[in-house]
Design a binder for this molecule. Structure first.
Ligand code: ADP
Length: 168
């Protein structure tokens, strides 16, 4: 049976991986924001059928950028990455839906835009690995960690989507 996606069931704000209430952290990086690609990127997640449950625009501090990319601190590009990520406004979002962590990575495309396929955000819209316009959590652990890093529980909206949800 098909039903209407229901928010009345209380989902923990970091989501439940492996269920229809899986959640992922997606950010439009400072280059995507500056290039006027906010609507373009949101559009792709929205029309796929994912549900936007939290969103804000902010200019990250250096400390926030370092915390977000902490697992890359030994990489030679880390300092440049942190400097860039904190150089302008980002759009921080949490998207929800079945398989949204992997599916979101698929919409985002491969890290290096030279490798990301046409049809993906990076494949269609950028050429530089250091300016690849969007971030998406790469797995269930990083999704939960990043959602908690950028959002508080009271920043989530409960609302009903009319996307059909297959109940089995
Ligand atoms: P992803 O963003 O696809 O999850 P990573 O977590 O490996 O990729 O890297 C985080 C970000 O660091 C990338 O999105 C990219 O902007 C930047 N980055 C990765 N590799 C390089 C590199 N070789 N040179 C410069 N920047 C890089």
């Amino acid at each position: 049976a098909f039903g209407i996606a229901n928010c009345a069931d209380k989902t923990p704000f970091q989501g439940v991986p492996g269920t229809k209430n899986e959640r992922t952290f997606i950010a439009i990086k400072p280059d995507g924001t500056a290039r006027g690609l906010i609507g373009e990127i949101i559009h792709r997640f929205e029309r796929k059928g994912y549900k936007l449950v939290a969103i804000k625009i902010l200019h990250p501090t250096k400390e926030q950028a370092e915390a977000h990319y902490a697992d890359l601190s030994s990489k030679p590009f880390f300092n440049g990455l942190v400097k860039f990520f904190s150089s302008g406004a980002i759009v921080a979002m949490v998207w929800e839906g079945k398989g949204v962590i992997k599916g979101g990575r698929s919409l985002v495309g491969a890290t290096d835009p030279a490798q990301s396929l046409p049809g993906s955000i990076r494949g269609d819209l950028c050429v530089e690995v250091g300016r690849n316009i969007v971030h998406g959590s790469d797995g269930p652990e990083s999704a939960q960690h990043e959602i908690k890093l950028w959002f508080k529980e009271n920043e989530f909206a409960e609302w009903n989507s009319i996307q059909p949800v297959y109940e089995n």
